[in-house]
Design a protein around this ligand. Structure first.
Ligand code: GDP
Ligand code: GDP
Length: 454
C-alpha cells in the first residue's frame, strides 16, 4: 500500500511547478460575456473557472495551470472585473494593460455574434501598441455561417481572427496549437538550463514604500522606466545585485506604474500579487510600521500563504516609529501574524536605508528552508521517538499509528504521514510544530498531510 502511494507521490513531486521556474503566461482579455471563462474551461480542461450567470460577480481565482500537448503554462483570466463600475471603456483598457504587463502571449476574445464594439477597439489599440504576441479569437462561431462574419475583425489590426466556439469546442484545439506556437519555451528573458537568479516578489499595499525600497536596492542613479503606457515595452522584471548575487525582482513594472495601481480596483491589485507570486520563489511583504496593520496587509499575506512561497515580512518606515511604541508594536505584530509565526521579520527604512541590508540574509534563509529536504530515515527516526513520547489521541477506542513518513516535495516542503487511522487536526499541528523545531524551515511554509490506510 505504501509503495503504491509513494509511486504516486513521486509523480506529484516531479510536477511541482516551483521546481522548473516560472511557466509562460497566457492572459485572456475581453469584454464581459464574450465567453472568456468558457474558453478558460476549455483550455484547462476542467470546469474550474466557473461561468458566472450573475453579471459583475468578481471571480476569485484568476490564474490556472494549463497543459496542452505536454506543454505547461499559466492562464490568467483578466475577466473578473466589475462591469457595473463606472467608465467601462476605461476599465477595459486598464484590464488590457494589466494583461500586457503580465503575459507572454495575450488571447483577445471578441464575440462574433456581436461584432467589434468601441470597447473592443479600445483594447485592440492597447494590445497593438504593446508589441506582445496577440491572438484574436472570434468566439461563439457555432456554425459555418458565422465564420464569414469574422472577416470584419481584421479591422482591429491584430492579424487573422481565429474563429472558435468555446461552448461547443469548435476549433478550440487549433486555437491552443496557435497559443503554443506563440508561447516562449520559457517566459521572456529567463534563464537556460541553470536555474538563474532567485526570483523575488516585492508586495505590499500602495504607499508602503515598494518603489522606494526598489530604488534603494537598485541604486538611486538608475533610470526610471518611461511610464507612458504603450510607448515602450517595459521590462517586466528587474535584475538587482545584492550581497554579491543577482536577484530577479518580478513584475516590478506594475510597481513602477503607481498611478494606475492607486486608481485600480482591488481586483487588479490582487491579480498582480497573484501573478507575481506565481513567478516568484520568495515574497517580501512590505508593511507600513507607522500605521496599524490593515485588512489589505493581511489579505496580501493570505495570498502568499495560499501560494506556498517563502516569505519575509518587512516592516518599513521604521524611522517613523518612536522608541516607546516599538515594544508595543512588536507585540501587536506578533498577534497579527499569528497565522504565520514562521515568516521572517525585518524592520527597515527604505528612506534612510536602515537595516535594508538585513533583507538579503532573510531572503536567503527563507529560500534555504523552502528548498530543504529532510532525509526519510531522519524523518522517520524523529517521528518514531516523537510518537513514543506523545502518542496520537485515541479515537473510537483505537490508537492510530504513524506507519511511515516521507517528504514528498520541496518548494514548499510537504510531508506525508502514512497512518493506520485518523490523526486529529491538533495532533497534526503538533507534529508540524515539532518538525519545524527539529529541522528549521524559518521563512518557509510547510505542509503536513496524512494518507490513511483504509
Ligand atoms: P465571460 O464573461 O467573458 O467570461 O463569458 P462567459 O464564459 O461567462 O460566457 C458568457 C455567456 O456566453 C455564457 O452564457 C456562455 O454559455 C456563452 N458562450 C460562451 N461561449 C460560447 C460559444 O462559443 N457559443 C455560444 N453560443 N455561447 C457561448
Ligand atoms: P509604493 O506605493 O509602495 O511604491 O510606495 P512609495 O515607495 O512610492 O512610497 C510612498 C511614500 O512613502 C513616499 O512618500 C515615500 O517617500 C515614503 N516612504 C517610503 N519608505 C519610507 C520610509 O522608510 N520612511 C519614511 N518616513 N517614508 C517612507
Amino acid at each position: 500500500w505504501i509503495e503504491a502511494e509513494l509511486a504516486d507521490l513521486e509523480v506529484d513531486a516531479e510536477h511541482g511547478a516551483a521546481d522548473e521556474g516560472p511557466l509562460p503566461v497566457l492572459a485572456i482579455v475581453g469584454r464581459p460575456n464574450v465567453g472568456k471563462s468558457t474558453l478558460v474551461n476549455r483550455i484547462i480542461g476542467r470546469r474550474e473557472a466557473v461561468v458566472e450567470d450573475v453579471p459583475g460577480v468578481t471571480r476569485d481565482r484568476v490564474t490556472y495551470d494549463a497543459n496542452w500537448r505536454g506543454r505547461r503554462f499559466t492562464v490568467v483570466d483578466t475577466g473578473g472585473w466589475d462591469p457595473e463600475a463606472t467608465g467601462m471603456n476605461l476599465r477595459i483598457a486598464e484590464q488590457a494593460q494589466v494583461a500586457v504587463e503580465l503575459a507572454d502571449v495575450i488571447l483577445f476574445v471578441v464575440d462574433a455574434t456581436v461584432g467589434i464594439t468601441d470597447a473592443d477597439q479600445e483594447v485592440g489599440n492597447v494590445l497593438r501598441q504593446s508589441g506582445k504576441p496577440v491572438i484574436l479569437a472570434a468566439n461563439k462561431v457555432d456554425n459555418q455561417q458565422l465564420e464569414l462574419e469574422t472577416h470584419a475583425m481584421w479591422s482591429l489590426g491584430l492579424g487573422e481572427p481565429f474563429p472558435v466556439s468555446a461552448l461547443h469546442g469548435r476549433s478550440s484545439g487549433d486555437l491552443l496549437d496557435e497559443v503554443l506556437d506563440k508561447l516562449p519555451e520559457t517566459p521572456a528573458e529567463t534563464f537556460g538550463a541553470e536555474r538563474g537568479p532567485h526570483r523575488v516578489a516585492l508586495l505590499g499595499k500602495p504607499n508602503v514604500g515598494k518603489s522606494s525600497l526598489l530604488n534603494k536596492l537598485a541604486g538611486e542613479e538608475r533610470v526610471l522606466v518611461d511610464p507612458m503606457a504603450g510607448t515602450t515595452r517595459d521590462p517586466v522584471d528587474e535584475l538587482i545585485e545584492l550581497g554579491g548575487k543577482t536577484w530577479r525582482f518580478v513584475d516590478t513594472a506594475g510597481i513602477r506604474r503607481r498611478d494606475r495601481e492607486l486608481q485600480g480596483a482591488d481586483f487588479y491589485a490582487a491579480m498582480r500579487t497573484r501573478a507575481a507570486l506565481e513567478k516568484a520563489e520568495v515574497a517580501i511583504v512590505l508593511i507600513d510600521a507607522s500605521e496599524p496593520l490593515t485588512e489589505q496587509d493581511l489579505r496580501i499575506i493570505g495570498l502568499v500563504i495560499e501560494s506556498g512561497r517563502a516569505m519575509v515580512v518587512a516592516f518599513n518606515k521604521w524611522d517613523l516609529v518612536d522608541e516607546d511604541r516599538r515594544y508595543y508594536l512588536e507585540k501587536e505584530i506578533d498577534r497579527q501574524l499569528v497565522r504565520t509565526p514562521w515568516a521572517l521579520r525585518v524592520n527597515i527604512s527604505a528612506l534612510t536605508g536602515r537595516h535594508v541590508d538585513r533583507l538579503v540574509p532573510a531572503i536567503e534563509t527563507a529560500l534555504d528552508s523552502w528548498a530543504t529536504r529532510v532525509p526519510t530515515s531522519r524523518l522517520n527516526a524523529f517521528l518514531t521517538e516523537l510518537v513514543q513520547q506523545t502518542p496520537p489521541p485515541v479515537r473510537s477506542g483505537k490508537q492510530p499509528k504513524i506507519l511511515f513518513a516521507t517528504q514528498a516535495s520541496t518548494e514548499p516542503p510537504k510531508f506525508v504521514l502514512f497512518t493506520s487511522g485518523w490523526l486529529e487536526e491538533t495532533y497534526r499541528r503538533f507534529i508540524e510544530r515539532r518538525i519545524r523545531e527539529e529541522f528549521g524551515f524559518a521563512g518557509s511554509p510547510i505542509e503536513v498531510t496524512m494518507k490513511i490506510r483504509e
